[in-house]
Design a protein around this ligand. Structure first.
Ligand code: DHB
Ligand code: MG
Length: 611
C-alpha cells in the first residue's frame, strides 16, 4: 500500500544558502527538493557533493530548474540553446536528477509558432532522452507567446515525444483565465511535474505578483484542492512540490518556513476531494477538527508594571479574583464565563502579553492529534503532583493554545480565595481575541490557527492607521464560539514605532453595552468628539443614540445587512494589552475594523496625557 504522494519543496522557497535550505527541507520532513540553478551556482559544493549531501539527509533531487528561453527561436539560436542544454544535462547527471524544467520563452526573439515550438522541444527531449533525462515544459503566465497551460499542452501533444511532458504550476494556471478543470483531460502520464503555490488576488503585473507575493497553499485565495483533483485525475504520481517566491520567506528562518510549507501541504492533501480511479494513491487525512464550544481562559504574562494595572482594570470591569494557583504565582479572575489568568511566572517571547489562551473542544484528544499532524509544537506544561493536565500547543507567535474538554476541571488547581464573584457588569464570555502578529509570521499564523483549530476566514481587511497600514484577518468556528482577529502592520515598522506597537486584547461580550458601560468602574478610553460628529453623518444615527454612545465612549459600526456593533475599549494597560467590550446586534459578524484607527489614536493620546 502506498503512503500517499511524495512531498517536495523548491529551494527558492526558503532563505539561506543551499546547505541551509537542504537541512531545513529535511528537518521539516520533505522527501525531495527542486533545485534552483542559482542555489547551485552560489554553492561551494560540487554537483556530486550536493547529490550526496541530499542523500545523506534523505532527500531526492526531483527537478532541476529553470532552463529559460529555449523554444520557437531562429536556427542559430536553437544551436546555441541546445549546446547550453547539453552542459546542464551533464550537471544534472552529476546531481542525479532526471527532470529539467523548461519555462516558456519570454524573449522578444521567440516566434509565435506552436509547430516550431513543438519541433524544437521534441529535439531537446531527444537530446535529454539520450542521457536518460526528460523535459517538463511550463507555461509562465508572462511567457512571450505561451502563457497558459492549455497552450503549453497543445505544444507538448503536438511534439509527441515520450521524454517531453508538462510542468503544471498552480500559480501560472490560476493567475490566468483558462479554467483549471480541463487539466483532468491531459493524457495520462503527460504531466511530469506539479508545482504548488497559492496567492492573494491582486490586480498587478503578473510577473511581479508571481515573484513577490506567492504564498503556501491555504494562505491565499486560489482553489488548490480543485486543481489537485484535476491533476491527480490524469494519473499523476510525481511529487507535490511547493514553489513559492515570497519576499518575506526569503528573509525568514528557513527551518521555520519549511515547517510552515509542510503544514500547508499536509492541510492541502486533507482537502483534496476523492479522485475516482486513484485508489492507488491513498490521500492522507487529518483527524477531523472537533467542534469548539467557546473560549475558556485567556492567560496574560504579568510583571510588576502590568500586573497592578491589569488587576485594577479587571476589578473595574466587574471581575473578582476567585482563585489562586496551588503551586504557582498564578491568579484566576472570573466573571460568569469570562476567565482571565494572570501569570507572573511566564514570559512571552513576542511583544504581547497574552501568553496563552484556552478553547473548549468537544474532543481535546482529537484536537491534539490533529495539531500534532499539522506540526504544531507541543507545549511542555510543567505541572506539579496532582495538578490537572492541560494540553497545549504553541502557535507561531509563541502563544500557547490550551485545549480543554467540556467537562475538564482545569481550575481544580486553583484554591478558592474566598472572594465572592460580585454582581459583575453583564459580561457573558469572551467574544474574541485580538492577536497582533509579528510581521514575518502573519500568513503562517493564519494558516496555523485555521488548520489546527479548524477555523474559517470570516473577514479580511486593510486599513490606514495612525502608525501605518494595517492588515487584519479574522477567523472563527462556524458557530462563532471562538473568534480570533489577527492583525499585522503591512510593512516593517519605522524606528520610532516600537513605542506604539499595537497591543493585543481580549474582547468580552455583553447583551447590553449601555448597561455594562454604566456599571463598570474601569477607566474607559475617551473617544474624541470628532468621531461622533462623523458617526452621526455617516450612519444617520438619531441624536439621542449618538449622545449615549458619546457619553460612554462607545464606538459603532454597521454592516450592509444592518447588523450593528457597539463596542468600547480600555486604555492600554501596562504598555501591553487592553480590553474591549462588544455588543453584537442583528448578526453583526465583523470586528469593528473601521474603528481601529480611532482606538489607536485615542490610546496614544491617553498614554501621553494620563499619569
Ligand atoms: O519567475 C520565474 O522566472 C519562474 C521560474 C521558474 C518557475 O517554475 C516559475 O514558476 C517561475
Ligand atoms: Mg513554476
Amino acid at each position: 500500500m502506498r503512503r500517499g504522494p511524495r512531498r517536495s519543496i523548491a529551494t527558492v522557497c526558503v532563505s539561506g544558502t543551499l546547505d541551509d535550505k537542504l537541512s531545513a527541507a529535511a528537518a521539516a520532513g520533505f522527501d525531495g527538493i527542486e533545485l534552483f540553478e542559482n542555489d547551485l551556482v552560489v554553492s561551494h559544493r560540487s554537483p556530486a557533493e550536493i547529490r550526496s549531501r541530499a542523500a545523506e539527509l534523505g532527500l531526492t533531487i526531483d527537478l532541476y530548474q529553470p532552463f529559460r528561453d529555449f523554444e520557437a527561436v531562429p536556427p542559430e539560436r536553437l544551436r546555441a540553446n541546445l549546446a547550453r542544454a547539453e552542459q546542464k544535462f551533464a550537471v544534472m547527471a552529476a546531481l542525479g536528477v532526471d527532470t529539467m524544467l523548461v519555462c516558456s520563452n519570454v524573449s522578444p526573439e521567440a516566434v509565435d509558432d506552436d509547430d516550431l515550438a513543438a519541433e524544437q522541444l521534441a529535439l531537446l527531449a531527444d537530446r535529454a532522452a539520450a542521457h536518460g533525462l526528460r523535459i517538463a515544459y511550463e507555461a509562465l503566465a508572462w511567457g512571450r507567446h505561451v502563457s497558459t497551460w492549455d497552450r503549453s499542452w497543445r505544444i507538448v501533444r503536438r511534439a509527441g515525444h515520450p521524454a517531453l511532458g508538462l510542468c503544471i504550476d498552480s500559480f501560472h494556471v490560476l493567475s490566468r483565465e483558462v479554467p483549471a478543470a480541463g487539466i483532468a483531460d491531459v493524457t495520462p502520464g503527460k504531466i511530469f511535474f506539479l508545482q504548488l503555490a497559492d496567492a492573494p488576488y491582486l490586480r498587478m503585473d503578473v510577473l511581479q505578483w508571481s515573484r513577490h507575493h506567492r504564498l503556501f497553499p491555504g494562505q491565499g485565495a486560489f482553489d488548490l484542492p480543485e486543481l489537485m483533483r484535476a491533476v491527480l485525475a490524469t494519473g499523476y504520481d510525481g511529487p507535490l512540490s511547493l514553489e513559492v517566491f515570497n519576499d518575506v520567506f526569503r528573509q525568514s528562518d528557513p527551518r521555520r518556513t519549511a515547517v510552515d510549507g509542510m503544514r500547508s501541504l499536509v492541510a492541502l492533501e486533507h482537502r483534496i476531494p476523492p479522485v475516482p480511479g486513484r485508489e492507488d494513491l491513498p490521500l492522507r487525512r487529518l483527524p477531523a477538527a472537533p467542534r469548539l464550544r467557546r473560549h475558556a481562559f485567556t492567560e496574560f504574562s504579568v510583571d510588576g508594571r502590568s500586573g497592578p494595572q491589569l488587576r485594577a482594570a479587571l476589578r473595574g470591569l466587574g471581575f473578582a479574583h476567585t482563585g489562586q494557583h496551588r503551586t504557582k504565582p498564578v491568579e484566576l479572575w472570573r466573571q460568569v464565563a469570562c476567565e482571565i489568568v494572570l501569570n507572573s511566572a511566564v514570559t512571552h517571547p513576542g511583544p504581547s502579553a497574552i501568553s496563552g489562551f484556552a478553547v473548549v473542544s468537544t474532543d481535546p484528544g482529537s484536537s491534539l492529534r490533529r495539531a500534532a499532524a499539522l506540526l504544531a509544537a507541543a507545549h511542555p506544561n510543567e505541572r506539579g503532583a496532582g495538578e490537572a493536565e492541560l494540553a497545549a500547543v504553541t502557535a507561531p507567535d509563541g502563544t500557547n493554545v490550551f485545549l480543554t474538554g467540556p467537562d475538564d476541571d482545569w481550575n481544580a488547581d486553583f484554591l478558592d480565595t474566598g472572594e465572592a464573584p460580585g454582581p459583575g457588569a453583564g459580561l457573558r464570555g469572551t467574544d474574541h481575541l485580538g492577536l497582533t502578529q509579528p510581521f514575518d509570521h502573519f500568513d503562517e499564523a493564519g494558516l496555523f490557527y485555521r488548520t489546527v483549530l479548524g477555523l474559517a476566514d470570516v473577514a479580511a481587511e486593510e486599513y490606514a492607521a495612525p502608525f501605518g497600514m494595517m492588515r487584519s484577518r479574522a477567523v472563527a468556528d462556524s458557530a462563532r464560539g471562538v473568534r480570533l482577529a489577527l492583525t499585522v502592520a503591512l510593512l516593517r515598522r519605522g524606528t520610532w514605532a516600537p513605542a506604539v506597537v499595537d497591543p493585543q486584547h481580549v474582547a468580552f461580550g455583553t447583551d447590553d453595552i449601555v448597561a455594562t458601560a454604566a456599571a463598570i468602574g474601569a477607566p474607559v478610553l475617551p473617544v474624541p468628539a470628532n468621531y461622533y460628529a462623523d458617526l452621526a453623518a455617516r450612519f444617520g444615527l438619531p441624536d439621542d443614540l449618538v449622545a449615549t454612545l458619546r457619553r460612554y465612549g462607545i464606538l459603532y459600526d454597521r454592516d450592509p445587512a444592518g447588523g450593528e456593533l457597539l463596542h468600547l475599549y480600555t486604555p492600554v494597560l501596562g504598555g501591553r494589552v487592553f480590553f474591549e467590550i462588544v455588543e453584537r446586534r442583528g448578526g453583526y459578524d465583523r470586528f469593528g475594523e473601521a474603528n481601529a484607527p480611532v482606538r489607536m489614536a485615542a490610546q496614544r493620546h491617553h498614554r501621553l496625557t494620563a499619569d
